[in-house]
Ligand binder design. Structure first.
Ligand code: M6R
Length: 368
């Protein structure tokens, strides 16, 4: 059942190339996006003036990636809110708000309640879900399924990648419907997105380095994760994975926030993962993150740097460099998280923990 892997989590991590390919499959026709399930009138999609993404846990981290993509491509103000916070704070939601509910299981009670609240206010709701027939897509106005296959491990991995890929599809679809991007721009973006499954496979094929790192770091008591732009939600997700299955204190930060407090945590030997954006994207974004690596290293941190192939600017300040293939800054979120998933999974396995059923957690949280 585990296909020769030690855990379902390891198996699901290694299924991610196919998972993302399955999320993307059949949704591009003659260079244009076709989302047949998107059962909301295009005129409604053209009239929305705000998007609110509601989700919990890993799904909320996928939503945080979506914000960068949707605002960039569609110029629609996009908020990402933990579903349990949304529901209890009297949010401003109107008929012109599009609520995007992300949930692997489709049964998370907090997210379901947020969906109900949004619909009561007249908002349209799109569900991004993995489980057909589950409650959230049934109650939404439209559903976009991830098609990543069943996820057994409590810690979400392949669904996270499927959620991000589905968010990109939604963002590009909205840009298409609303005319924010030219058809050739959408086709070029989709062409690069369709390269991602092969690139995921490359990351998976070079997992030995991270697995060794994880085994060597079994006794770590605290690990920090830093990133900017989509590297920020990636840092949050890396920290969440390590907390939930390896029971190690872990925190993800926006790298720019360092000097506003978190850098005080850094002392000699503190492991810090840093997610570096492409040097071929916005130069200032890349150079800021390289400076952040320098800053923590100067204070004694052990820097574990995830950087694009050929990015030599990180070399002088990295104790360990983990390479990922080159892609657009936005799409890197589908690659840079994979070493972090492997790190947690391997470390928890080395500690002899129950990777698939971590203590105190359930796969689907159907109570508030
Ligand atoms: O089924 P959902 O996507 O709605 O679940 C949301 C969270 O409970 C879930 O992502 C949780 O954070 C995972 N254990 C993370 O690995």
């Amino acid at each position: 059942q585990k296909g020769g892997f030690d855990s379902f989590m390891a198996k699901e991590i290694h299924e991610q190339a196919r998972a993302v390919a399955d999320t993307l499959r059949g949704r591009l026709e003659d260079g244009a996006l076709r989302l047949d399930e998107m059962d909301i009138d295009p005129s409604v999609l053209r009239s929305i003036d705000k998007i609110v993404v509601v989700a919990c846990g890993t799904a909320a981290n996928a939503g945080a990636v979506a914000k960068y993509a949707i605002e960039h491509w569609c110029r629609i103000p996009t908020e990402v809110e933990l579903a349990h916070e949304f529901r209890y704070r009297d949010p401003v939601v109107t008929e012109k708000t599009l609520v995007v509910a992300i949930s692997q299981s489709g049964e998370t009670m907090d997210t379901l309640m947020a969906v109900r609240h949004a619909r009561e206010q007249g908002a349209k709701v799109i569900a991004l879900c993995n489980t057909r027939g589950s409650t959230i897509p049934r109650e939404a106005d439209a559903a976009l399924y991830l098609h990543v296959g069943p996820e057994i491990a409590v810690a979400s991995t392949k669904a996270y990648l499927g959620q991000i890929a589905a968010c990109y599809l939604l963002g590009l679809f909205l840009a298409q419907v609303r005319g924010n991007l030219y058809p050739d721009e959408i086709a070029a973006l989709m062409a690069d997105l369709e390269q991602i499954p092969d690139q995921i496979q490359q990351v998976l094929d070079s997992s030995a380095q991270v697995e060794q790192l994880a085994r060597d770091m079994q006794d770590a008591t605290s690990v920090l994760f830093l990133g900017r732009h989509v590297g920020y939600p990636t840092a949050m997700e890396g920290a969440l994975k390590l907390k939930e299955i390896a029971y190690i204190h872990a925190e993800g930060f926006a790298a720019g926030e360092l000097k506003h407090g978190p850098i005080a945590l850094v002392e000699e030997g503190q492991p810090v993962f840093v997610i570096v954006p492409s040097p071929n994207g916005r130069h200032s974004l890349h150079s800021k993150v390289v400076s952040n690596i320098q800053e923590v290293r100067a204070r004694g941190a052990r820097t574990l740097v995830i950087a694009e192939e050929g990015d030599d600017a990180v070399l002088p300040f990295a104790d360990e460099v983990i390479r990922v293939p080159a892609t657009r800054t936005l799409f890197a979120a589908l690659l840079t998280v994979i070493p972090l998933q492997i790190f947690s999974c391997e470390l928890a396995t080395a500690k002899g923990l129950d990777v698939d059923q971590p203590r105190n957690l359930a796969k689907s949280v159907t109570v508030e």
